[in-house]
Write a protein that binds this ligand. Structure first.
Ligand code: ZN
Length: 570
């Protein structure tokens, strides 16, 4: 049994995410976790909310709540929505947890002891208008690298270059728009990433089979310009993890907190501690410490491309720099962006479908199927309502749903609601089994290598084989001349419904559970042996005709949603 540690990039706490965020990490991570579990492997699947930093403070202020209370509430909201989408986290933690406080302070202390942290007296942007130091994200201006006018102080969204606010041309306060920014002196801690460049590059070179998207971004950051830069790990803020050296005070750092980029990835580890402390597991170290059993763990991270630098360089710098035997990531699966109907999703303008709204109009499986089968893997992809409607109506309703419905209803009308006896399979059935086995093995290969779109295509092709068989064998015609033969065809088709339910469960867990329940089968073991799996429901086994598994989306409905989500959400 293989052991898989799986993490999804942790979503920021302020507000509800859109479908592009969902397909950029949490959803494909869930697909992979569900698949590995279905194959009988041991899985620890973790995600959390990323709760620190100024955006959380400001969102809380806007909501008129203390920031801790705001974060606790929003964590609940995100947690409920994640359940709605059937994201099967073993634990959905919080970066503000006491576990993460302790662990972040521990890492900082160890890194300091090893000479990898230096104190820097620096001047920082202060806004007299706002009466505060401005964190990077609250300064915008023109990117010195590409000229993009709305580059943030920490990173340019256009060219992905990591920035310092002082690099920006014509900087302004995002809070007030004030341009009378001045530099004031303050002291901060820096992680000496630059001294670890060779070690990081060597480590990246040992990673096998990483996607080009992942390694090219990492290499660019390591080598472009002056190479990898040291990076500040503290901020002048109230909300965050207080700067301490392990469990000791850190003289000169009073009143400061760790910068959110430093503590957020550490939450991947702290989340496993939270999982144990919540009585869901009993040993987190066997997942995270290579000296305590994690040596045989395969660790896979999922994220959008904008998060790649932090996961290929900054977080590994923390781990490698500590000199402690923490588990490092084995494979990073990164995604491009999902665009929305000819433009971009926009949280501020409410353009596009947000996770809560999606679940209000259709069940999770409809979204899961479309998003995963159109995952932005090799390039950006685009959500359009026409494409969504076509995909739901064809793939889900016409192909899978219709197969289950036709087979069960025909059986009920001619043989009753039990698996019919009689007849012997022939060449047509043998050919079907061969084709289905081939498709299934193809599907498994794509799932194992996390080629999400290809996996979806192989799964759909497996569904199509069932419809083609039914069309070809035509049991409704056979029945008139050879009822035994028709019984054999239907028996096989009923077993295919069960097989489809099992293999489709990583993509569409609710529909799979519904079909499995309709087949009155508690056996969801993976069909390693297809012929055996196709005779699992024996003659005389009772079943139910399932309710409509997938309904079609009508044109008027589609047009209504198109209008509704065009962008006015406040
Ligand atoms: Zn730029």
């Amino acid at each position: 049994m293989a052991r898989h540690l799986i993490t999804s990039a942790i979503p920021y706490i302020n507000g509800i995410k859109h479908l592009g965020n969902l397909v950029g990490s949490q959803l494909p991570a869930d697909l992979f976790a569900r698949y590995q579990r279905a194959r009988g492997n041991e899985v620890l699947f973790l995600c959390a909310t990323d709760e620190h930093g100024t955006p959380a403070e400001l969102a809380a202020a806007k909501a008129g709540q203390p920031v801790a209370e705001y974060c606790a509430e929003m964590h609940e909201v995100q947690s409920k929505i994640a359940e709605g989408f059937r994201l099967s986290f073993d634990h959905f933690g919080r970066s503000s947890s006491p576990q993460n406080h302790r662990l972040t302070q521990h890492f900082a202390g160890v890194l300091a002891d090893r000479g990898l942290i230096r104190e820097v007296s620096e001047t920082q942007m202060y806004s007299p208008t706002d009466g505060r130091f401005l964190p990077d994200r609250y300064i915008e201006g023109t990117c010195p690298n590409c000229g993009f006018e709305d580059a943030r102080g920490d990173q340019c969204d256009n060219c992905t270059k990591q920035l310092d606010p002082v690099d920006l041309i014509n900087p302004r306060s995002v809070i007030s728009g004030a341009t009378d920014l001045e530099m004031r002196e303050t002291k901060h801690l820096y992680l000496r990433q630059s001294t670890m460049k060779d070690q990081l590059e060597e480590w990246i070179d040992t990673r096998e089979g990483w996607p080009v998207l992942t390694t090219s971004i990492a290499k660019k950051w390591l080598n472009d310009g002056d190479g990898l830069q040291d990076r500040g790990i503290t901020r002048d803020l109230d909300w965050g993890i207080p700067v301490r050296k392990g469990d000791q005070d850190w003289p000169g750092m009073e009143g400061k907190v760790f910068y959110v980029w430093f503590d957020a990835p550490i939450e991947y580890i702290a989340c496993a501690q939270e999982w144990v402390d919540a009585d869901k597991g009993d040993d987190w170290e066997r997942w995270w410490r290579t000296d305590k059993g994690a040596e045989d763990v395969t660790y896979t991270q999922f994220m959008g491309k904008d998060n790649v630098p932090f996961h290929t360089l900054s977080f590994p710098a923390t781990i490698l720099g500590s000199g402690e035997p923490w588990k490092l990531v084995d494979y990073i699966k990164s995604f491009n962006y999902l665009n929305y109907d000819g433009g971009q999703f926009s949280t501020s303008r409410g353009r596009g479908v947000f996770m809560d709204q999606a679940l209000e109009i259709l069940p999770a499986d409809y979204w899961r199927w479309w998003l995963l089968s159109h995952a932005p893997e090799s390039s950006d992809s685009e959500f359009t309502w026409e494409n969504f409607q076509a995909s739901v109506n064809k793939d889900l309703a016409d192909v899978l749903g219709n197969f289950a419905s036709r087979v069960t209803k025909f059986c009920r009308s001619k043989f009753g609601e039990t698996v019919p006896a009689g007849g012997l399979p022939g060449d047509r059935e043998a050919a079907l089994v061969t084709a289905l086995t081939g498709k299934l093995r193809e599907y498994e290969t794509h799932m194992q290598t996390i080629e999400v779109r290809k996996a979806a295509a192989a799964l759909r092709a497996a569904w199509v084989l069932g419809n083609e068989y039914l069309q070809d064998a035509a049991p409704w015609t056979t029945f008139k001349t050879d009822p035994e033969q028709a019984a054999m065809q239907i028996r096989l088709a009923l077993n295919m419904i069960r097989l489809y339910a099992v293999i489709s469960s990583p993509f569409i867990p609710d529909a799979s559970a519904q079909l499995l329940a309709a087949m009155r089968s508690g056996d969801d073991s993976w069909p390693e042996d297809v012929p055996a799996a196709l005779s699992l429901l024996p003659e005389g086994h009772a079943f139910d005709v399932p309710d409509v598994t997938f309904r079609k989306i009508a044109d008027e409905e589609r047009a209504g949603w198109q209008e509704k989500f065009a962008g006015r959400r406040t």
